[in-house]
Design a protein around this ligand. Structure first.
Ligand code: MN
Length: 238
């Protein structure tokens, strides 16, 4: 079975279940480990949700609404991205994860959507206690992207609905990446690096749906890419 490194966060259980549910082993990794130890013998990297990336990491002064992550988490996760990309490890980045991915690769972030993006819709919906799969807003998915292929059973034309619990988003896109989904208000909801084996970031929380399977194909494709690595299959030209 492929081994997936999952970055530690406060609401780990759904990430763990979403990965285990499609046939992978999970190693939780955090700042108590070196990047090298965290990724040793690992076949894929899943970056999870959490607090904001410090704006100093992308050269901006700090907005009052920024809430820092635990000490060392930014540096650790940026180190994970660098090391994973150097090895062409399959990488799936969720919520804070897409933000870490974009910053690690040279992009910047909207620090606070409500105060910095005039006319933006609501993107910060609480988790309803008995309705974890409540869908908050629509996304428009880029045709011919990997994401469009993975979401094909859910798309109505090029749109589907997602959940949303964030106040930040990708601003300047990292070089080499493509935006593959946006909300109708223009907020970036997914990015991909087409040069990598599998490198996808999403702003919503597909892991919350592991029981009902709405976004299972994202985890299946991620773990499949990691499995191909385990089997020594060269997928670089697939
Ligand atoms: Mn959103």
């Amino acid at each position: 079975m492929p081994l997936i490194a999952v970055s530690g966060c406060r609401k780990l259980e759904d990430y763990r279940q979403a990965v285990a549910n499609v046939g992978a082993d999970v190693r939780i990794v955090d700042v108590s480990m070196s990047v090298g130890d965290a990724l040793e013998d690992v076949d894929g990297l899943l970056l999870t949700g959490g607090e904001d990336v410090a704006p100093e990491k992308y050269g901006e002064s700090r907005h009052a609404a920024v809430a820092d992550a635990a000490p060392g988490r930014d540096e650790f996760e940026i180190g994970l991205v660098d090391a994973a990309r150097a090895r062409n490890l399959p990488l799936f980045a969720i919520c804070r994860g897409i933000q870490v991915l974009n910053v690690a690769c040279g992009g910047t972030l909207v620090q606070d959507i409500p105060s910095q993006v005039p006319g933006a819709a609501a993107h910060r919906f609480p988790v309803p206690p008995h309705e974890p799969f409540m869908l908050a807003h629509e996304i428009w998915v880029e045709k011919d992207s990997r994401l469009a292929d993975l979401l094909r059973d859910r798309l109505d034309q090029d749109a589907c609905r997602v959940n949303s619990r964030h106040h930040q988003a990708v601003k300047a896109l990292a070089p080499g990446f493509c935006v593959t989904a946006t909300a109708p208000d223009g907020i970036v909801e997914a990015i991909e690096d087409p040069a990598m084996r599998f490198c996808l970031g999403v702003q919503w929380h597909p892991e919350n749906f592991w029981r009902t399977g709405e976004f299972r194909p994202l985890f299946e494709a991620f773990v499949e890419a990691a499995s191909a690595r385990t089997r020594g299959v060269d997928t670089s030209r697939m």
